[in-house]
Design a protein around this ligand. Sequence first.
Ligand SMILES: [Zn+2]
Length: 116
Amino acid sequence: MDKAVFLDRDGVINDGSAYYTYSPEQFIFNKDIAVALKLLQENLFKLIIITNQSGIAKGVYTTQDVEKTHNYMKSELQKYGVVISGIYFCPHHPEVSICNCRKPQNGLLLEAIAQT
Ligand SMILES: [Zn+2]
């Protein structure tokens, strides 16, 4: 059985100082997060990110913005040898659409577990 850690993105990987983070320019890595992720990886944990991105449902930004930001995040982490095994995001918001994937619901966790 594989080991994995499930990490939030905003406030964990990046500093979360912006209400919405949807571009590489806004994506400020938390201090030493790459070192921490590398340590987990060296101890054979797969790294999986689960994040709510309700700005998509609200029309603040697009799925493409999120993917571009995630590509930036992954490429920066790869400079430290860190590989993210999966990124799952909920694009919904209860004011716009009901779903079972917005944390604290477990839809994305179950999806990630099934694919890991
Ligand atoms: Zn959702």
